[in-house]
Each structure stands twice: as structure tokens, then as C-alpha cells.
Design a protein around this ligand. Structure first.
Ligand code: APR
Length: 238
């Protein structure tokens, strides 16, 4: 693995425009379960039943129960060393931007800039009916929207069946199309359209993940834990 991390460091040294793309595997070392590995959330709960826009309308109580448990679990989470390494590498000019599928906000907490939250974030609450902002307290206390009174408070994350935030998508794809190096960390690449990113860059592509992935032709694959690999990468570069 060390030889491959050295190869990644060489790629980063010669790239003038590196973009990092992350998924739930970037957060598991902060004790946030991912979705599709053995202990993943979707192994226990069917996303179509709880994380789909239809559920918000057809079974709001089930929707709210699932997301209140997610919000509670994500309440006092902290970045792990790997998040801080990405922020340090960005400070030193090795990384331009981070396109993340994660809603935890851990990249920003670690000090990263130019973050594209492609699936939104779980911290911000709004009313799905009248768009009035709400608070985490309101939804945890099972309150209705204070503006229109409807049972429609929800986190500002992208549910299955919803489009991605258009400007975020536009800016992230722009960065990736112009990148000389795309580093993909901790994602199964199962979810469209973010799983198209590796095909969008003309530059080199690197995959850092616990499990391998098919149907992609990465220039370099480093199998292992993101935190451990990023710490070794920092030792070489900084
Ligand atoms: N280091 C490296 N890879 C890891 C680690 C780790 N510490 N922990 C887990 N992984 C890997 C898993 O092996 C898995 O391949 O991260 C990947 C996570 O894949 P998923 O659980 O499918 O998560 P993700 O790809 O981010 O899912 C995409 O699906 O449910 C939706 O909106 C949700 O954003 C999410 C999207």
C-alpha cells in the first residue's frame, strides 16, 4: 500500500488542479455508519421506505422518525484525522475543491473550503410545503411548521426521487471536468448521478476505498481505511 500512496503523492505533486470526491466511507472513522457495506444503514432499513420524497408525503411520521434518529446520531460528531489531512492539503494548494455525498458537514468542520454538498446537509431544516426555515429543535420535538402549520419539516438533504441542487451540481461538474486529478474516497459509486464523476475528468483518477469497485478504470486504486491512507499521504507531502 505504501508504494501506491507514494504514487498518489507524485500524482498530486504534478497536478495543478486536484478535486476530491467523498462518500460515507470518509465518515465511518468518525463513528458514522455508511450505507451499503456489511454494517451499513441500508442493510437494516429500506431507503425506498424511509429516505424517498414519497415517504415525506405518504408517511410523514415514519419519515420524521428516521431522520430524527439520523439527526440525533450526527449531533456531536467530530472530524477524524483524515478530514484534517484533506483540509491541510488544501491549505498547501494540493487540493482545489471537495465534492461530497455526505450530509454530516465534517469536511467544513475540519476546515476544508470549496466544498460541494451534492446531497445537501442534515443540519439545515425547512418546511417542504412553504419553504420556511425550521430548526432541529422543532423537528426533534415533533412540531409542525411554525409558518404554515403543516407536518412538513425536513432536513435539507437530497431524498431519493429528488434532483440534486442545480448550482452545486453545475459547479462541481465544472471543477471535475477541468481537473487534472480526481481522488475518489470512501464511496461504493452506486448512486447516480454522482457516480458519473470518474468518467467526467480528463485527468488521472484514484480510488481509495475499503472494498474494490467494478466498471471503473481508475489509474490507481488504494484499498484500505481512508484515515490511515490520508495520514501516510500527509507524511509524504507535508
Ligand atoms: N475507509 C475507506 N472506505 C471505507 C471506509 C473507510 N474507513 N468505511 C467504509 N468504506 C467504504 C465501503 O466499503 C463502501 O464501499 O465506503 C463505501 C461507502 O459506500 P456507501 O455506503 O454506498 O456510501 P456512498 O457511496 O457514500 O452512498 C452514496 O447513497 O444512500 C445514499 O445519499 C446516500 O450519499 C449516499 C449515497
Amino acid at each position: 500500500m505504501d508504494q501506491k500512496i507514494k504514487e498518489l503523492a507524485d500524482f498530486m505533486k504534478s497536478s495543478r488542479n486536484t478535486v476530491v470526491m467523498t462518500g460515507a466511507g470518509m465518515d465511518t472513522e468518525s463513528n458514522i455508519p455508511d450505507f451499503r457495506s456489511k454494517s451499513g444503514i441500508w442493510r437494516k432499513v429500506d431507503p425506498a421506505k424511509v429516505a424517498h420524497i414519497d415517504t415525506l408525503y405518504k408517511n410523514y411520521d415514519l419519515f420524521r422518525e428516521f431522520y430524527c434518529s439520523r439527526i440525533t446520531k450526527l449531533y456531536n460528531i467530530k472530524p477524524h484525522p483524515g478530514h484534517y489531512v484533506l483540509a491541510d492539503l488544501q491549505d498547501k494548494g494540493y487540493i482545489q475543491s471537495i465534492a461530497t455525498q455526505n450530509v454530516s458537514g465534517l469536511h467544513a468542520m475540519a476546515g476544508s473550503k470549496n466544498i460541494y454538498e451534492l446531497h445537501g446537509n442534515i443540519r439545515d431544516i425547512k418546511c417542504d410545503y412553504c419553504n420556511q426555515p425550521g430548526t432541529i429543535n422543532q423537528i426533534l420535538k415533533k412540531k409542525n411548521c411554525s409558518n404554515c402549520g403543516r407536518k412538513a419539516l425536513r432536513p435539507e438533504i437530497v431524498l431519493f426521487g429528488e434532483p440534486l441542487p442545480a448550482i452545486t451540481w453545475r459547479d462541481a461538474t465544472e471543477d471535475i471536468k477541468n481537473s487534472e486529478l480526481l481522488i475518489v474516497i470512501g464511496t461504493s459509486l452506486e448512486v447516480y448521478p454522482v457516480n458519473q464523476f470518474p468518467y467526467m475528468t480528463k485527468g488521472k483518477t484514484v480510488y481509495i476505498n475499503l472494498e474494490d469497485v467494478k466498471d471503473y478504470d481508475f489509474d490507481l486504486k488504494i484499498m484500505g481505511r481512508a484515515g490511515e491512507i490520508l495520514i501516510k499521504l500527509k507524511e509524504i507531502l507535508l
